[in-house]
Every structure is written in structure tokens, then in C-alpha cells.
Design a protein around this ligand. Structure first.
Ligand SMILES: *Cc1c(COP(=O)(O)O)cnc(C)c1O
Length: 399
């Protein structure tokens, strides 16, 4: 399978992906795809990005052997890819830096972005401040209440946060609003989409900017262990940190990958965000993929303990990896993620983001069944500072 050549020129990953958008979006997206094709081959762009990734964001991130977690599980060796140590606290800065540099190359003076939990909004506002670009962040009014700390951070960074009241006033509505704003002023504005989602060319652009995670991890594990890992594990909201870790290993057929979705309160309760468990094929925000929708195609409400996992669609490249059998997928429930959050904190002195805790939960499940000479790499996509008060509330409730 030649995964390097995907998507095709129409943005398709097999049956999935593409550019399923209304007419007014076709021109700006086509322009973006054309400009990106030029930039992608330009060594000066890559050099500028590499410099910022190293000196501003803090790359390469360590690949850390989680010795006490490994011992306590008694199976495979577990390594953590420490994206949580990046500037602004998560992998999202990799994509924000790439796309803001791209926006500058295209002569744009303004960037806009959607945000759910606020992490992508913070990453975009951070990089916009670094380059003196005007920055508008669209955020559901409900999310703004739930994530007041990130709203304050974005404002300190000089961004304007626009409350979206339409629909459920959460992430999906914020994306709708950002797309409309992009159509309204695409001459001056670049839309920094935050995950490996949306219409072509976004799933490809975001993947390419996150690919550095796996490129580094592959080199680091070869240096450390002299061989490739047996399993890669990453959580999947939209799919950017997961494809970022997996992509550089896709040609290595002995390396299995597992993407972990938000299982919420359990699949049977219907309160979850596991698109591959009960989702249907459909189109959401311009891409064809698995979506949590009813028989008429209406988007269903999703639930996850972790705001970053709470989206009704999954990145199209993951749907493709699943079809071809190259990728496997599972889910972790809210309780399993919470348990992993506390376990990693106590055993390794690392408080992970609740999103990343889903990946850790999967490792806790599978590592004991693996041999001691096998190797698992878990992507620690972000740190847990943002989740501290939520977890504290929940633990007190359960006492
Ligand atoms: C946003 C976020 C995610 C989910 O997004 P993906 O695009 O699936 O990576 C995961 N972890 C953290 C820490 C996040 O902030």
C-alpha cells in the first residue's frame, strides 16, 4: 500500500475525504490547495518551520520510557511521546505554526479558527501573536462557559473570541461560523483548521504538519532500542495527533497502530463519541467519513469526558486505514480515561490531558497481554493542567 501518495488530487483517501462543499468555498479551498502544493516543496519554508518548531515550540519532544507504568502492568515496554511538553501544552502548536507560516506566504493578514475546548484556539492565538497577525476565534457560547480559562488565555494573547449561539452552541456550530467567515473574506483571511478533518486540502495539510511526531518517534526508538515498536497508540478526536504519530510508520508493516475514540459512558448508552462503533458514512464539514448521525443524516449529540474528543466526525484518513486493515481502532470510556489520568500521575509524575488519557487507558488494557520484549509507543498529546478542576470535581462527586 502506497500511503505516501494519499490523498489523490481530489483529496480522496479511498472512499473517504474529498471536497464536499457549497460553491462559494470551492475557490478559496482550491487556492489553498495550489498554494500549499508550492510551499510543500519549498525548502526555505520547511527550514523556517523547523527553526520555529525547535526554538519556539520545543521540538524534538522526548520519547520517554515509562518504567514504573511498565513494571506495574508487567507486559510490554511502554514509551511516551511527550507532546505534552510543547509550548502551549499540546501537539496543536505543530499545526498552528505550519498553517500560520502558510498564511503569511499567501499574503494573508488575518487568521481565524474554531475551537471546542479552547486548545486549538489558544495554539492559533499564540502563533498569531508571535507574528503580529489579527486573530479571530469562533467558540460556542456553551463551550466558552465551560472553558473560561482558555477564553482568558486567548484574550491575553490578543485574539478576539467570538461567541457562537447557533445550534447547540458548541464545536460543530463554531466550525460552521468559521467557515462562513472564511467565505466572507478569503482574500485577507486564512482559516486555521485544527484537526485532520474538513474538506480537502485540510486533512492532508494538518497531517503533514503533525507528521513530525512520528518522524521523531521512529528515529528515537531506533536509537534507543535498535528496533521498531510493535504498537502505536493515540487518542482520536478529529485524528490529528494520531495520524501525526502513525504516518511515518505506515510503510513499516510490522508496526500495528491503534486509534482510541471517546467511549463516553459506554457505547450502549448512546452517550459517546466513538464514530467507528455506531457511526454511519456521511458528509460533515466538507469531508466524507464516519459520522454519528441518525437515519436521516442529522448529526447526533456526542459525549466524552474530554472536550477534545467530542466531535461527531472522524478524520477521513483514519476511515481509510480502517478499511484497508492497516489501522485498528478501539475506544476507552470516561471512567477508563479517568483511571488512566490518575494512574499516570501517580506512577510517572506526569499529569496527562484527558484526551491523552484515553490512549494511556488503552495501553493499560493491552500491555499486560503482550510479551515483555514488545514495545508500545503512546502519544501523550497534551498535558492535564486544563483538566485539573474538572477531574477534581468528578472525584469529589464520587466520594
Ligand atoms: C485537541 C486535542 C486532541 C484531539 O484532537 P486530535 O485532532 O484528534 O489530535 C487530543 N489531545 C489533546 C491534548 C488535544 O488538545
Amino acid at each position: 500500500m502506497n500511503t505516501e501518495s494519499l490523498p489523490d488530487i481530489h483529496g480522496n483517501f479511498g472512499l473517504y475525504g474529498g471536497m464536499h462543499v457549497p460553491e462559494p468555498l470551492v475557490t478559496p479551498l482550491t487556492e489553498l490547495a495550489e498554494q500549499y502544493a508550492i510551499v510543500r516543496k519549498d525548502p526555505t519554508f520547511q527550514a523556517e518551520l523547523d527553526d520555529l518548531l525547535a526554538n519556539y515550540a520545543g521540538r524534538p519532544t522526548p520519547l520517554y520510557f515509562a518504567e514504573r507504568l511498565t513494571q506495574s502492568l508487567g507486559g510490554a515496554k511502554i514509551y511516551l511521546k511527550r507532546e505534552d511538553l510543547l509550548h502551549a501544552g499540546a501537539h496543536k502548536i505543530n499545526n498552528a505554526l505550519g498553517q500560520v507560516l502558510l498564511a503569511r506566504r499567501m499574503g494573508k493578514t488575518r487568521v481565524i479558527a474554531e475551537t471546542g475546548a479552547g486548545q486549538h484556539g489558544v495554539a492559533t492565538a499564540t502563533v498569531a501573536a508571535r507574528f503580529g497577525l489579527e486573530c479571530i476565534i469562533y467558540m460556542g457560547a456553551v463551550d466558552m462557559k465551560r472553558q473560561a480559562l482558555n477564553v482568558a488565555r486567548m484574550r491575553f494573547l490578543g485574539a478576539t473570541v467570538v461567541a457562537v449561539h447557533a445550534g447547540q452552541a458548541t464545536l460543530k456550530d463554531a466550525v460552521d461560523e468559521a467557515i462562513m467567515a472564511f467565505v466572507g473574506d478569503h482574500k485577507n483571511t486564512h482559516y486555521v483548521l485544527g484537526s485532520a478533518l474538513g474538506p480537502h486540502p485540510y486533512p492532508m495539510i494538518v497531517r503533514d504538519f503533525q507528521r513530525v511526531i512520528g518522524v521523531e518517534a521512529r528515529r528515537q526508538i531506533l536509537e534507543r532500542e535498535g528496533r521498531l515498536p510493535d504498537l502505536l497508540v493515540a487518542c482520536i478526536g478529529g485524528g490529528s495527533n494520531a495520524i501525526g504519530l502513525f504516518h511515518a510508520f505506515l510503510g513499516d508493516t510490522t508496526v500495528r497502530t491503534c486509534g482510541v475514540e471517546g467511549g463516553g459512558e459506554g457505547i450502549k448508552t448512546g452517550k459517546h463519541a466513538a464514530r467507528f462503533q455506531t457511526g454511519r458514512l456521511g458528509v460533515l464539514h466538507g469531508t466524507k467519513t464516519f459520522i454519528l448521525s441518525d437515519e436521516e443524516g442529522n448529526i447526533l449529540p456526542t459525549h466524552s469526558i474530554s472536550a477534545g474528543m467530542d466531535y461527531a466526525g472522524i478524520g477521513p484518513e483514519h476511515a481509510y486505514l480502517r478499511d484497508t486493515g492497516r489501522g485498528t481502532f478501539d475506544y476507552a470510556t470516561d471512567d477508563e480515561a479517568l483511571n488512566a489520568f490518575l494512574t499516570l500521575s501517580k506512577l510517572e509524575g506526569i499529569i496527562p490531558a484527558l484526551e491523552s488519557s484515553h490512549a494511556v487507558a488503552h495501553a493499560i488494557k493491552v500491555a499486560p497481554k503482550m510479551r515483555k520484549d514488545e514495545i508500545v509507543i503512546v502519544n501523550l498529546s497534551g498535558r492535564g493542567d486544563k483538566d485539573v478542576s474538572q477531574v477534581a470535581d468528578r472525584i469529589l462527586q464520587n466520594c
